[in-house]
Design a protein around this ligand. Structure first.
Ligand SMILES: Nc1ncnc2c1ncn2[C@@H]1O[C@H](COP(=O)(O)OP(=O)(O)O)[C@@H](O)[C@H]1O
Ligand SMILES: [Mg+2]
Length: 326
C-alpha cells in the first residue's frame, strides 16, 4: 500500500479512537520501511508502538472511577472502561443490529420518552455461543451512547463473597442509580442457573431473587445488560424481566466475507478469493475469524510482507477449524 494511503489510514484510525486499527497500520508502516531498506527506522517505529501499547494496557484501577460510593469496595466489584467502538465496527446479523439500533435510538431520546411517562428500552439479555459478539455489543452500546462501561464480574463476585453476594449486588444497583452507564453482567449463568441445579440452592435462590427484584425496581437511566453462553440453563422468570432478548449466532457466509474484509484491514491483496475463504471459515465464530486474520497479519509483519494472500489466510483458518473440533 502506498505511503499516502497508510498515512490517511493512520490519521483516520486515530480520529476514530480505533487503537487496534491504529497499531496495525503503524506496524504495517514499519514493515514497509523495513522493506525499503530502512531497518533502523522500522525498528524505531516498532519500539514506539511497543511503548505506547504498554502504556495503554495499564491496569484499569488506575483510571478515575466516576462513582461516588466507596471507591475501594466498588472497584473490586466493577471494572470500568470508556469504549470508543461503534456499531459500524461490528459485522452483524440484521436481527441483532436492528435490536441494538432500536435501543440506541430510544436511549438517545431518553428525555423525550421519559417526559411522556414512558421508559426507554434499557434491559437486554444477550444470548449466544462464545465469540459471537455479546461482550463486544455491550462495548459498542457504551461507545455509541458515550457512556462508561461497567463490567460486573459475577463469577468472582459469587466465589469471593459467598454469603454476601446479595448485599454486593445491592451496592452495584445503587451505583447504577448514581452513575449513568452501561452495566454488563457478564457470564451471567453464574447467577442465573435454574434454581435447583446447583448445590448451594438456598444461596443461589436468594441471589437470583434479589437480582430479579433489583432489575424490576430499577428506574435509573443506566443500561442493564446480561450476557450468557447457556440460555438453556437460565430460569424463564428471568427472560420476562428484560426489554429484549438478543440472540447471537455464528456468521453466515456473506457475513464471514464481510468479517474477513473488515479484520484484514489494509493487509488484504486485491485478488482475494473470498468465496474459498468463506467456505473454509464456515462454522467458525467471529472471534475465531478475528484470531485467524490477526495470525495472518502478524505472519506478514514478521516476514516484512505488506500483504496477506488467500493462501496466507487459509492456513490459520484451517488451524481454527481444527481447534474447534477438539
Ligand atoms: N459481530 C462481530 N463483528 C466483528 N467482530 C466481532 C464480532 N463478534 C465478535 N467479534 C470479535 O471477536 C472477539 C470476541 O467477541 P466477544 O464479543 O468477546 O464474544 P462473546 O462475548 O460473545 O463471547 C471480539 O473482540 C471481536 O474482535
Ligand atoms: Mg463475552
Amino acid at each position: 500500500m502506498a505511503k499516502a494511503d497508510q498515512l490517511k489510514a493512520l490519521l483516520k484510525s486515530h480520529f476514530e479512537g480505533n487503537d487496534s486499527h491504529f497499531f496495525a497500520v503503524a506496524m504495517q508502516m514499519a514493515a514497509a520501511e523495513a522493506k525499503r531498506g530502512h531497518g533502523k527506522l522500522a525498528q524505531e517505529i516498532r519500539a514506539l508502538i511497543d511503548e505506547a501499547k504498554a502504556k495503554k494496557s495499564a491496569p484499569v484501577s488506575s483510571l478515575p472511577i466516576p462513582i461516588t460510593t466507596p471507591r475501594g469496595e466498588l472497584s473490586s466489584l466493577l471494572s470500568v472502561s470508556y469504549p470508543k467502538l461503534r456499531l459500524s465496527d461490528m459485522v452483524l446479523l440484521e436481527s441483532v443490529s436492528e435490536r441494538l439500533k432500536r435501543l440506541i435510538k430510544e436511549q438517545r431520546q431518553i428525555k423525550k420518552i421519559r417526559s411522556y411517562g414512558l421508559m426507554p428500552r434499557k434491559k437486554l439479555l444477550l444470548v449466544g455461543q462464545p465469540g459471537t459478539g455479546k461482550t463486544m455489543s455491550a462495548t459498542v452500546l457504551a461507545g455509541e451512547l458515550g457512556l462508561p462501561l461497567f463490567t460486573v464480574r459475577l463469577d468472582s463476585l459469587m466465589t469471593k463473597y459467598m454469603g454476601e453476594t446479595a448485599a454486593k449486588l445491592r451496592l452495584i444497583f445503587e451505583s447504577l442509580n448514581q452513575t449513568r452507564g452501561v452495566y454488563l453482567f457478564d457470564e451471567f449463568d453464574a447467577i442465573g442457573s435454574q434454581r435447583g441445579l446447583l448445590n448451594d440452592v438456598g444461596e443461589i435462590r436468594r441471589i437470583l431473587n434479589s437480582f430479579l427484584q433489583m432489575i424490576e425496581q430499577d428506574t435509573s437511566d443506566s443500561l442493564i445488560l446480561a450476557a450468557t453462553n447457556h440460555p438453556e440453563i437460565l430460569d424463564h422468570a428471568l427472560f420476562r424481566r428484560f426489554d429484549d432478548v438478543v440472540e447471537f449466532g455464528l456468521p453466515p457466509k456473506e457475513l464471514i466475507e464481510q468479517t474477513l474484509n473488515n479484520k484484514l484491514l489494509q493487509f488484504k491483496k486485491k485478488d482475494m478469493d473470498w468465496k474459498r475463504l468463506a467456505e473454509k471459515a464456515e462454522g467458525l465464530s467471529y472471534a475465531d475469524i478475528t484470531r485467524a486474520c490477526e495470525d495472518a497479519i502478524k505472519d506478514a509483519i514478521i516476514h516484512d510482507r505488506e500483504e496477506v494472500s488467500t493462501e496466507d489466510l487459509l492456513k490459520p483458518l484451517q488451524e481454527r477449524q481444527s481447534i474447534r473440533k477438539k
